[in-house]
Write a new protein. Sequence first.
Length: 122
Amino acid sequence: MKIYRTFESFVKKVNEDALKAGEESTVYVDDYTLDSGETIKSAEILGAIQAFQTEKEFKQYFFDEYGEGSFASGELDKLTKFFNEVKAEEKEKDAEEEGGDEGGGDEGGGDEGGGDDLDLDI
């Protein structure tokens, strides 16, 4: 007997500790273990991503929390990658929503034009 799983259940099984960045997100944030042995939980990483708007503020949080000496060369880049992926996804979503709102406004303008036509028929 074969067992079939959806892609999401497969990913969840592979990344049991990873958290999805949002309900519709394709970004998974996993726990990150520093060379010093200290582990930064995915929930803390996602919380920092949501709390800070700029990469500089995001990095500063982890420097303040764990100390600048805790990060070996390139370790903070992995966290920054998570930050940039989530923020890029948020910008895409915002752009889609704005595009949808503007499209609705254009339709409203067309309806108003239709209203003018009705006035002419009277």
